[in-house]
Design a protein. Structure first.
Length: 230
């Protein structure tokens, strides 16, 4: 299912996704988050899931998803959580929560499967419909997956959307930081536009990233000594 149908489904949603991220990239001033939220809320073009699943069993998908959540949060067993979530997705690939949680777990397994996570996060976002503005975690997952697959601009813009939608900015930032702390890949200091947004939201922030395999922590004030001020 992941290899056969999701790449095609994700590609069909890419146009609407790009529209939202373009608006996010343009929302460079404080208070413009509303434009991003409105863009996410707008009706997207008809999105249909092309699936090879012989039957759809929503109740089973939800139960397996709950079991996977317990395995991850309580048992701290990523492998078992991933296996259960894969079964949940097989039972109902049309459930945005099931799809979004699987995308997240694809980044947690070793080795991580960033491209599949990116496609599945797009799939989950497109599926969510009227619930799309309440699913900021899927945009955070998309941002991390974009970064891991070399899509730096898309990563930045997806994180902008996640921040605009999030009712818990601290949780969104911690999710991104968690990836930096545990991923083996290199990361980099944020770009200039990102530094400006951080300065507006959290001027006392300490930025953590990897350089030559080592964690580096730098005060935002050092990375952006003269931020723009309205």
């Amino acid at each position: 299912m992941l290899a056969e149908s999701i790449p095609y489904s994700a590609a069909r949603a890419q146009g609407e996704l790009s529209r939202v991220m373009w608006i996010a990239a343009s929302a460079s001033r404080p208070g413009q988050e509303r434009a991003v939220v409105d863009a996410v809320r707008q009706s997207w073009s008809s999105y249909q899931v092309v699936t090879s699943a012989p039957t759809i069993t929503p109740a089973m998908g939800r139960q397996l998803g709950e079991d996977a959540r317990h395995a991850y949060l309580v048992d701290r067993d990523v492998s078992r959580a991933f296996d259960l979530q894969m079964r949940a997705f097989g039972a109902n690939p049309r459930d945005p929560e099931v799809a979004g949680n699987l995308a997240f777990l694809l980044l947690k397994v070793q080795p991580s499967q960033a491209e599949s996570a990116r496609q599945l996060a797009v799939h989950a976002i497109a599926l969510a419909g009227a619930q799309r503005t309440g699913r900021s975690d899927d945009w955070t997952t998309l941002a991390i997956a974009n970064a891991l697959t070399g899509r730096d601009t898309d990563a930045t813009n997806a994180l902008y959307v996640a921040v605009a939608l999030s009712r818990n900015l601290d949780a969104s930032c911690k999710a991104a930081l968690s990836w930096v702390l545990h991923a083996d890949a290199e990361s980099a200091p944020p770009c200039g536009a990102c530094r400006q947004v951080m300065a507006e939201l959290a001027p006392d922030l300490v930025v953590v990233y990897r350089r030559s395999g080592e964690l580096v922590a730098a005060p935002l004030a050092e990375l952006l000594p003269e931020p723009f001020a309205l």
